[in-house]
Write a protein of this length. Structure first.
Lengths: 92, 997
């Protein structure tokens, strides 16, 4: 697979480490989360067949975590953005 | 050159000026440069080349290329020997030696052949039915089965050759250098695209090689020459011969294996034996051609039974006659040209037997002009002969046209039709579709950006192949933005359209005579095996495949699958289209493990990391041990010392005087920013905002599930400047995880993480005299307790070398850690030894380090095993009461507060002398005759020089409440059992008086 790193451009997936489901969010106030909510955060992953948002770490590249939109059935990658939500200034 | 009785005096794409001597089964023969092993054997009249897998029946050469199911040989000797190589694809070189496989003691007299006579007892699923019960006997059966089946020998010596990997990108990858592929590459190249053309054979041309046809008015071979010359002159075109495309992967990545020196016994010095290409192509044109297939009739495996196209190619390409007198058996038009070629090449062709009742007049005319009998509406029922075909029995298919005839022949050419090579298309998740017009599967809807052309698409007329390839090449280039003019389409003579094939899979009654009709030659799968599988209830083609082993040989059923699928469909009363195919998976042909590994063999499997002091350690005679990727000194044995004695002496030196140890492998991360302290409070369990500058603190890091992840010290050097150390083993994981939290979870925090493990050489100086040694080294530094207390840190400079000095201790002694820039490490290390000589200093390794920390009850990887909580390890007081940190929410989960959790304790043998068995389980004394249940496990053990007795650390259920109890440490592996007493894990100076000086 070729992953389009928003910082480095198209790179082979062997430069990246998979980082799991990007839709899983750490509860903002873990202490306020119920046992069930915390359990879901820790262990439950929807593992969809089809469109998926997932985290990849560009471990052998820029070191940035990115969010990749990939179809798990076709491996088609629609795009990738910084996982931090940072805006990339293309002119800067 | 020496007698090659079946070689024609003229013709063929071989170099008669370069005779080559080779041996097969220890007999010497001659061939020519340009031969394959198979063509040279054909030219020498060698017909028996191997024995079959299951019945050990004699087998001969069947095909011409990758499809070959029979002629698998052990190639070469010694370290370069290679099993299961196809004689049809081995290029002849001088001195080549090859031998038959799967026969003992010789191919002519094979004891295993007796299993052929017992074949009624070896039906489909035989192994599943017979050998699986009683289960424990399988181990005994397996030995005999493997011995009887054996498919060649893997080399036992190390591979002497190099392999390398290339990564390549291109606009258009063309796979297959036959007419369609050459035309595609030509058009794409002329259009200006970056093109890679890969051809499996040593020469381009595919089916054109040695043929008499013309293209653009030139003989085919000359056209091929002209096209490849033009392509070589284009700057962005790469031509690869001896290169097979074996796998089609996601995002249009194709794996190629190039064998650049396959025509030599060994590659030249420093050159690779094979080269693996990872090609990423924007467009792929599949011009992989088609494989001819067989039909199942009696004894259709005898030496002398050969695909018609293969026989034709042996004559045309290699001027080698595969027999003296041939019968051709077909169900389609293509075999008539083969019959004509054989006849022109000096093979007497007795007859063409065609299952179709009507044969085109022009084909009949071809036969008549060569005095070949046409026997239409008939089929070959069986072949006669044992070591080779001696005759063929021909019967009428309408059952009325007279008695069976027996035709004498030593060559029986078969053409059951053609299977487009859809493998790569299917690997690319295309869906092959059944085409009744050619009775085979053709490429269907593509999933990736690939397109099949020519015979790979089911297009067999030469003119159409050229046009299709040329158009596809031009279009693929245009889609990549290259639209230079491509010139006219190459033209071949128009051929009249062929008459329809009459799909024929098997000749003879379903339950006819006992003779064997083979579907899969390599795995000895009979038509009866397939019918048995269906009658036993198998419906899915995938299940029938696995039950019968159809298509599971190294040839992956290239000549057999279509026949097998058809017989399943027939037995089920289903149609081929509905039944489908088995899954096509890489590799298309077997790929050597060496090629897949590339240069990443031996010590290149993983990088080796060496500290800045590595060379010093080696010079001092250290025994080095791998610790993850790092090489670390285990101990520095002196003459006459064992490793254990050295470690003990080194540990005693630290307790008594002073020692130094290389701790450069510890992970190091600079943490800078206004929110650095806030970040540390979230990733560690303890408090950080109150740490003053110039002080260190021990930190504990959890995972979100509450288990301990890592530990280490972090030092504050400035208002917003921190320096973290991690364990050696977890450094990469910790850094990645901290970046994850910084970037993804708390992007609002203002801080940066800078990995710094390679920037520093770190040396721990430990022992009661460590301060004295450092005072010599750093005369300007104030090392008093007031200036540098326990867990204090300072920066300075000595002799132009900047340093960081930490007063931290892993050993439990007064100790320091001195960090200097990596390139000054060796000099500083030596200076410490010099300064410490009067104080009795000695270097110590990780074994002594381990002894010292076990005595002190410090945990490492054995205890931080991913299943222990802070409380388990006695760190409950390090859990901050307020605020959030990673893993905090999990700590209240019931499983983490269970009082019976395994807790860290110390162990000593009850008798005070017996060493603790490594890896032991901790159990209660069992009632007589029963097994005790495990309460925990021993995690670390040593013989304590300080206490003079064995000690250990263990994780024991409810351990802290059991201190003083006597239990058993049991190692069934070592066969040892030791009575132990549970103690505090702090064996040495539990109050910490010594490390405070």
């Amino acid at each position: 697979m070729i992953i389009p790193c928003p910082w480095c451009g198209e790179r082979p997936h062997t430069e990246f480490a998979y980082g799991g489901d990007a839709t899983i969010r750490r509860p903002a106030e873990p202490a306020a989360a119920s046992d069930a909510e915390w359990f879901d955060y820790l262990y439950i992953r929807p593992n969809p067949a089809g469109a998926h948002r997932e985290l990849w770490h560009h471990a052998f590249g820029c070191g940035q975590w990115i969010e990749v939109r990939r179809d798990t059935l076709t491996h088609r990658i629609e795009g990738a953005t910084p996982a931090s939500g940072a805006e990339i200034d293309r002119d800067g | 050159m020496a007698d090659q009785p079946f070689r024609n005096p003229n013709g063929g794409a071989i170099d008669r000026g370069q005779p080559l001597c080779f041996t097969f089964n220890n007999r010497s023969y001659w061939g020519y440069r340009g031969d394959t092993l198979a063509s040279a054997l054909v030219a020498n009249g060698v017909r028996l080349v191997g024995r079959s897998f299951k019945y050990h029946r004699p087998r001969g050469i069947f095909g011409i290329g990758a499809e070959e199911p029979n002629a698998l040989v052990q190639l070469g000797q010694g370290a370069r020997t290679e099993p299961n190589t196809r004689a049809t694809q081995i290029e002849l070189y001088d001195g080549l030696s090859a031998a038959s496989q799967n026969c003992w003691p010789s191919v002519g007299f094979d004891l295993g052949a007796v299993s052929g006579r017992l074949s009624a007892f070896l039906p489909a699923g035989f192994y599943y039915k017979t050998f699986m019960w009683p289960p424990h006997r399988w181990m005994a059966y397996e030995w005999f089965i493997r011995r009887a089946a054996g498919m060649g020998r893997a080399p036992v010596e190390a591979d002497p050759d190099r392999y390398e990997h290339f990564n390549a990108h291109c606009d258009v990858l063309v796979i297959g250098g036959g007419p369609a592929g050459l035309a595609a590459a030509l058009a794409a190249g002329r259009a200006g695209a970056r093109v890679i053309l890969a051809e499996d054979a040593p020469a381009f041309g595919g089916m054109l090689r040695g043929e008499a046809t013309t293209i653009d008015g030139s003989p085919a071979d000359r056209w091929t020459e002209a096209v490849t010359t033009e392509l070589r002159a284009l700057p962005d075109v790469v031509l690869l011969r001896r290169t097979v495309a074996f796998g089609y992967y996601d995002h249009n990545q194709v794996g190629l294996v190039e064998r650049p020196y396959a025509d030599l016994a060994a590659p030249p010095p420093h050159a690779p034996r094979q080269r693996l290409w990872h090609v990423r192509a924007r467009r792929v044109v599949l011009a992989t051609g088609a494989n001819e297939r067989s039909m199942a009739f009696g004894n259709n495996d005898r030496p002398g039974v050969m695909l018609a196209s293969a026989a034709r190619a042996y004559v045309n390409r290699y001027a080698a006659r595969p027999g003296k007198r041939a019968v051709v058996f077909t169900n389609n038009d293509s075999a008539y040209a083969a019959a004509a070629t054989l006849s022109a090449g000096g093979v007497e062709v007795a007859a063409v037997v065609d299952v179709r009742p009507q044969v085109e007049p022009r084909l009949l005319e071809t036969l008549r002009s060569r005095n070949i009998e046409s026997i239409a509406g008939h089929a070959v029922l069986r072949a006669e002969g044992t070591r080779g075909v001696s005759s063929a029995t021909v019967v009428a298919l309408d059952g009325r046209s007279g008695p069976a005839r027996r035709l004498d022949c030593d060559l029986l050419c078969v053409s059951g039709g053609w299977n487009p090579t859809v493998h790569l298309h299917a690997q690319a998740r295309g869906r092959p579709a059944y085409d009744a017009g050619i009775a085979s599967f053709v490429p269907g809807a593509s999933f990736q950006v690939e397109q099949s052309v020519g015979a790979a698409k089911g297009t067999f007329a030469l003119a159409a192949c050229l046009a299709e390839g040329f158009a596809a090449g031009a279009r693929a280039a245009a889609q990549c933005g290259h639209a230079n003019p491509v010139g006219p389409t190459p033209l071949a003579e128009a051929e009249p359209p062929p008459a329809a094939i009459q799909a024929t899979w098997r000749v003879g009654a379903r339950h006819g005579r006992r003779e064997k009709r083979f579907v899969d030659l390599q795995n000895d799968v009979l038509d009866a095996d397939i019918e048995l599988a269906v009658s036993e209830g198998y419906r899915s083609i995938e299940h029938v495949k696995r039950y019968t082993t159809l298509g599971m040989g190294t040839d992956q059923g290239k000549t057999s699958n279509a026949v097998g699928f058809a017989l399943v469909a027939e037995a089920l009363g289903a149609d081929m289209a509905g039944l489908g195919t088995t899954t096509f998976r890489p590799p298309y042909v077997p790929v050597a493990l060496g090629a897949l590994a590339g240069s990443e063999g031996g010590h290149h499997v993983a990088p080796v990391r060496r500290t800045p002091l590595h060379d010093w350690h080696l010079g001092a005679g250290a025994v080095m041990a791998a610790s993850g990727q790092w090489m670390r000194p285990q101990a520095y044995p002196r003459p006459g010392e064992t490793l254990e004695q050295a470690a003990r002496r080194e540990a005693e030196t630290v307790r008594r005087a002073v020692g130094i140890v290389d701790v450069s492998t510890l992970g190091k991360i600079e943490i800078h920013g206004r929110d650095a302290a806030a970040f540390l409070e979230r990733v560690y369990t303890n408090r950080w905002t109150n740490l003053p500058a110039g002080r260190c603190r021990y930190g504990l890091m959890l995972r979100e599930d509450g288990m301990v992840f890592d530990d280490g010290t972090t030092t504050r050097f400035g208002e917003h400047q921190y320096f973290m150390t991690t364990t050696t083993a977890q450094y990469t994981a910790v850094h990645r995880k901290l970046e994850y939290y910084r970037q993804v979870v708390w992007p609002g925090l203002d801080l940066w993480l800078v990995p710094a493990v390679d920037a520093w050489a770190s040396i721990a100086v430990a022992g009661p005299r460590s301060r004295a040694v450092l005072a010599q080294m750093l005369p300007r530094a104030d090392l008093s307790d007031a200036a540098l207390p326990f867990m204090g840190a300072m920066v300075g400079e000595v002799g132009g070398v900047p340093y960081r000095l930490f007063r931290i201790s892993f050993s439990g002694e007064l100790a320091y850690e001195l960090a200097v820039p990596a390139d000054r490490g060796a000099a500083v290390w030596q200076a410490l030894l010099d300064a410490g000589a009067p104080f009795g200093i000695a270097p110590y390794g990780v074994d002594a380090l381990n002894i010292l920390r076990i005595e002190k009850g410090h945990v490492t990887g054995a205890e931080l095993n991913g299943r222990t909580t802070a409380d388990d390890l006695g760190f409950a007081r390090m859990l901050r009461r307020d605020g959030d940190f990673i893993g905090r929410r999990s700590l209240s989960r019931p499983g983490l507060t269970d009082p019976d959790r395994r807790q860290l304790v110390g162990l000593v043998p009850a008798d005070g002398v017996t060493p603790l068995p490594r890896g032991a389980q901790i159990v209660t004394e069992p009632p007589r005759g029963e097994q005790g249940s495990s309460l925990g496990e021993l995690t670390s053990a040593c013989i304590s020089p300080h206490l003079g007795k064995p000690i250990g650390l263990a994780l024991v259920s409810g351990g802290r409440a059991r201190l003083g109890q006597q239990l058993l440490a049991v190692s069934p592996v070592l066969g040892r059992q030791v009575a132990v007493t549970l103690t505090s894990p702090h064996f040495f100076d539990p109050e910490g008086a010594r490390l405070r000086g």
